[in-house]
Design a protein. Structure first.
Length: 281
C-alpha cells in the first residue's frame, strides 16, 4: 500500500516532531483507518515506537522504515512489561535525542495510563505532546450500530472502567451511577459483568433494560451481543477479546443502525449475535 507522507506544514499546519520529545498517540479502537492525521504524521517520523497490545499492529506498516518498534503491551493473565519499565524506556530514548512515539489503543487519557506516563515525562523534564484518539466508547459503539446519545432517549452518558489499579471492579457509588445517566458504558468489564449487573439491579435499574456486549470493536472479528441488563453476565461469557458493556435504551436502536452488517441478511439464529465479516483493502 502506498503511503503519502504528511507534510509538517502546509494546509494542515502539522507540528514538527522534535528530537528528544515523546508523543503519546491514541490509535483508536482497532480499525487502523481511525487513527488521526496527527497520529499518522507522528508514526511517519518517529525514531522509536513503543506500541500497546490494543493498538492495531497494521499501523506499524505506516512507521518510518528505520524506526525501532518495541512491543510494550499488557495482556491479562500473561507476563508483561512493567509500567515503570515502559516509562524508563521512553525517557531514556528521549534523552538520547530520539523522537519517541508511545502508541496506545483508543485515547491516551481515557482509561489508559497516558496520564501516568505524561506525569513521569513532565517530572523528568522531557517535552511531550498528547495526540487524542478515538476512544472505544465512541468509535467502538458507532461500529456496533449503538449511538452513544440520542435526543429522544438520553441526555447524558457515563464511562466507567471495569477494573481499578488492583484489577477488581472499583468501589463506586452505584446508586448515583444508576441514577446519573441513562446510558452506561463499561470498559474492560467482561469478567465483572455479573457483578455490574447485580449492583445496578440492586440500585434500581430495570432488569429488562436493553444492554449489549461489544467485543473487538471496529475489527473484522467484531461481535455484538444484544441482551438485557439481567442477561448481561451470560452474554459476556460468550464474548472474547477486548470487550465493552453498554446499558441503556439506545441499545434498542442497534437492529436498525447496524450499518456494518447491513448487507448481510439476519437469520433468527443470528438476530442477537452479529459478527463483522468485513474485508480490508
Amino acid at each position: 500500500m502506498d503511503v503519502v507522507l504528511l507534510p509538517d506544514r502546509g494546509k494542515l499546519g502539522l507540528p514538527r516532531f522534535e528530537p528528544g520529545s515523546v508523543w503519546l498517540v491514541g490509535a483508536g479502537p482497532g480499525d487502523p483507518g481511525l487513527i488521526t492525521a496527527l497520529g499518522l504524521h507522528a508514526l511517519q517520523r518517529a525514531d522509536v515506537v513503543l506500541y500497546d497490545a490494543l493498538a492495531n499492529e497494521a499501523l506499524l506498516e505506516m512507521a518510518r522504515p528505520a524506526a525501532q518498534l518495541i512491543f510494550a503491551g499488557k495482556r491479562a493473565g500473561r507476563r508483561s512489561i512493567r509500567q515503570d519499565q515502559i516509562t524508563a524506556q521512553m525517557i531514556a530514548f528521549a534523552r538520547r535525542g530520539k523522537r519517541v512515539l508511545r502508541l496506545k489503543g483508543g485515547d491516551p487519557f481515557v482509561f489508559g495510563r497516558g496520564a501516568e506516563e505524561a506525569l513521569a515525562l513532565a517530572e523528568a523534564g522531557i517535552p511531550f505532546r498528547i495526540v487524542p484518539g478515538v476512544t472505544a466508547g465512541i468509535g467502538g459503539l458507532a461500529y456496533a450500530g449503538i449511538p452513544l446519545t440520542h435526543r429522544d432517549t438520553n441526555h447524558a452518558v457515563s464511562f466507567v472502567t471495569g477494573h481499578g489499579s488492583d484489577g477488581a471492579l472499583p468501589d463506586l457509588d452505584w446508586q448515583a451511577l444508576a441514577r446519573g445517566a441513562p446510558t452506561l458504558v463499561f470498559y474492560m468489564a467482561r469478567t465483572v459483568a455479573a457483578e455490574i449487573s447485580q449492583k445496578l439491579l440492586a440500585a434500581g435499574r430495570d432488569a429488562n433494560e436493553p444492554a449489549a456486549v461489544v467485543a473487538n470493536a471496529s475489527l473484522p472479528a467484531q461481535t455484538v451481543i444484544v441482551t438485557t441488563l439481567a442477561g448481561l453476565a451470560d452474554a459476556a461469557m460468550q464474548a472474547s477479546g477486548a470487550t465493552m458493556l453498554v446499558i441503556g435504551a439506545n441499545v434498542g436502536l442497534q437492529s436498525r443502525l447496524d450499518w456494518l452488517n447491513a448487507e448481510l441478511p439476519l437469520t433468527p439464529a443470528r438476530s442477537n449475535i452479529r459478527a463483522s465479516t468485513r474485508s480490508r483493502c
